[in-house]
Design a protein around this ligand. Structure first.
Ligand SMILES: [Fe+2]
Ligand SMILES: [Fe+2]
Length: 180
């Protein structure tokens, strides 16, 4: 397994963990409305910064581009499907955010369920199909280089301070909603 795909797989683990917490949050009567709105706001923040800007940014700006360079089809092929799913995910995040503004818990829960389902299937496809393909066509040296670009990207879009903040948020959610 190359260093770049390994980094993305690690991020998948973090995203799946947050989706598990989010599922717990959306269970009926898990908390009162005010505190739910607070935690939902934090989750939307995490999904925007970490899942979309950082993780999907690494995939779109680096990995997918390299795959297309190596001849993996974009439109009508696996890369195109992944890009479409990222765009769909952004729409669901926008719906979650809008529901938050309207203090509409049910609307948020519906959009969150669609998002979870989409992302879980998406991650499964990347882990089991796309990254396998990437490990075949992108050699170790190129993966090492890509990993350096990932670190730079992460520094640009997340930065050290925000990284710490996201970790602290996840720890708090896990405690409040009793997720292992
Ligand atoms: Fe992706
Ligand atoms: Fe991914």
């Amino acid at each position: 397994m190359g260093k770049a795909t390994q980094d993305l797989r690690k991020e998948h683990e973090a995203i799946l963990y947050v989706l598990q917490i989010l599922e717990k949050m959306t269970e009926p009567d898990s908390r009162d409305t005010e505190s739910l709105l607070h935690y939902y706001g934090e989750v939307v923040y995490f999904l925007r910064i970490f899942a979309d800007k950082c993780h999907h940014g690494k995939e779109e700006n680096h990995l997918f581009k390299e795959l297309v360079n190596k001849g993996v089809p974009n439109e009508g092929g696996p890369v195109g499907v992944m890009l479409q799913e990222h765009a769909q995910g952004r729409e669901y995040i926008a719906q979650m955010s809008q529901s938050l503004d309207e203090k509409n818990i049910e609307g948020f829960n519906n959009a969150a369920a669609l998002y979870r389902d989409l992302l879980r299937r998406h991650i499964d496809k990347e882990n089991n199909v796309l990254f396998m393909m990437a490990d075949k066509v992108i050699d170790e040296q190129e993966q090492n280089l890509m990993f350096e670009q990932f670190e730079q990207h992460e520094e640009n879009v997340v930065g050290h301070g925000v990284h710490e903040k996201l970790h602290a948020m996840i720890d708090t959610w896990a405690e409040v909603f009793a997720v292992e």
